[in-house]
Write a protein that binds this ligand. Structure first.
Ligand code: SAH
Ligand code: SF4
Ligand code: F3S
Length: 441
């Protein structure tokens, strides 16, 4: 039996695309394996968001040199955001001559023909495209690997060009899937028993902007999907603060299935930095959206992404971020040190912040967030929460893990028969952001 191993880096978009790539490989008769030594094909689905991601991937590809020398028939393939970058495919081939196949982000649906070409011609296959017909990607088979959760793309690409970000260059312009195709996919997934549906897009709030029909909006999509019968939770990522409308918040407030959790990346609390980032909102606009959501949905939890040390960020700008983080009270924060990306506007800014300052700011922010996250978790102690059980605990025997309707992680005693069920759990303790409890009834 031929075996495959996919190594996935980066965001949920890539996690889901790896499920599609696995679908192609399984249709070709390959079975999954965990060790490099056992594989007949190793596929890297790469990310280019920060330099650290790239360095890690390069190191992992380098490790395969010996394995390839011992197994000449092994196929090594690279796809995803890193290979889509200008000039990278050529560099990878030069640096790692043992790589067999390189494809970008717009032609992953052609994986099978690339493998066959490699096997038939014995030549390297390197092909990066700039656009694609997205229906090709919709037709790809999927080998879902995320347990009770199923990812569903609602759109691809990004038009925003935040000045630090590589994504618009490697993922192309926004293209939305028709509502009817999304609805059909979600209905099928619910029927198959998936308990959580996560809609994916770089900026879900601009869903449908590329269609002439003005009724195709994210708000209308949510409304349609919420009407689907069945036992499931619906959530989505990522929202852009400039585009999220009060209407979307109102729909969540009145919905049956949509979780009370919003990931709304703010990036910075300084208007000067937000402008330089081309985010197109102010700290005040952002906070007014959060206030509206808190008013309409009092138990809503929020999370965010923050970049520290963007070019020109002064101590005062960073203080603005600290104040905003304190005002919102995020359940979770994803914090990053600004990383220069080739070809972006910010790369050429001449007021770069030194690494020591960036690290010191990151440390302060992490400390602050630890305090805030701990306090938010403590609020849950004594309450009974509806917890959707996702799996058995990976380390603690006799325990299961799950999430509240507000996306808080919970650990409690239980066994695998609970997976996929929603149970009442009395919260008795917390540690940092994680809740602990006992099942009721
Ligand atoms: N489309 C999403 C996610 C983009 S990537 C969004 O708009 O929020 C996820 C996060 O990585 C971003 O929110 C940002 O905080 C971070 N990021 C992007 N480019 C970066 C860079 N050059 N350096 C550091 N962090 C970056
Ligand atoms: Fe990058 Fe901005 Fe697009 Fe998000 S919205 S993917 S941060 S350019
Ligand atoms: Fe990385 Fe590409 Fe996602 S750059 S974060 S894998 S869109």
């Amino acid at each position: 039996m031929k075996k495959y191993l996919i190594k996935t880096y980066g965001c949920q978009m890539n996690v889901h695309e790896s499920e599609k790539l696995a679908g192609i490989l399984e249709n070709m008769g390959y079975q999954p394996c965990d060790k490099n030594e056992d594989a007949d094909i190793i596929l890297f689905n790469t990310c280019a968001i920060r330099e650290s991601a790239e360095q890690k991937i390069f190191a992992h590809i380098g490790e395969l040199k010996k394995i390839k020398a011992a197994n000449r028939n092994l196929i090594i393939a690279i796809c995803g955001c890193m290979s889509q970058q200008d000039g990278y495919a050529q560099n990878i081939v030069k640096k790692f001559p043992f790589v067999d196949i390189i494809l970008g982000t717009h032609n992953i649906s052609e994986l099978q023909s690339f493998i066959e070409k490699r096997q038939n011609t014995k030549k390297k296959v390197v092909d990066i495209k700039e656009t694609e017909d997205i229906s090709n990607r919709d037709l790809m088979p999927k080998k879902r690997t995320s347990g009770i959760n199923a990812w569903v793309n609602i759109m691809y690409g990004c038009n925003n060009f935040c000045t630090y970000c590589i994504v618009p260059y490697v993922r192309g312009r926004e293209v939305s899937r028709p509502i009817i195709a999304i609805k059909q996919e979600v209905e099928e997934l619910v029927e198959q028993g998936y308990k959580q549906i996560t809609l994916l897009g770089q900026n879900v709030n601009s869903y449908g902007n590329d269609f002439a029909d003005s009724d195709v909006t994210f708000a209308n999509l949510l409304k349609e999907l919420d009407q689907i019968d069945g036992d499931f939770r619906l959530t989505f990522m990522t929202s852009h603060p400039k585009d999220i409308s009060n209407e979307v918040i109102d729909i969540i407030a009145n919905s049956k299935h949509i979780m009370h959790y919003l990931h709304l990346p703010v990036q910075s609390g300084s208007d000067k930095i937000l402008k330089a980032m081309n985010r197109r909102y102010t700290a005040k606009n952002y906070l007014s959206k959060i206030d509206y959501a808190k008013k309409k949905i009092p138990d809503m939890e929020f999370s965010s992404d923050i970049i520290v040390g963007f070019p020109g960020e002064t101590e005062e700008d960073f203080e603005g971020t600290i104040q905003l983080v304190q005002k919102v009270g995020y359940e979770q924060l994803f914090m990053f040190i600004y990383s220069k990306r080739r070809g972006t506007v910010a790369e050429k800014m001449d007021n770069q912040v030194d690494l020591a300052t960036k690290k010191e700011r990151l440390k302060r922010l992490i400390e602050l967030q630890n305090q805030i996250g701990t306090k938010i978790a403590e609020k849950y102690i004594g309450k009974t929460e509806k917890v959707l059980v996702s799996d058995v605990h990976p380390k603690k025997k006799g325990f299961v893990i799950g999430t509240t309707f507000t996306n808080k992680n919970v650990n409690f005693p239980g066994d695998k028969t609970l997976i996929g069920k929603v149970v009442d759990v009395k919260i008795t303790a917390s540690k940092l952001t994680v809740l602990f409890g006992e099942m009721e009834g």
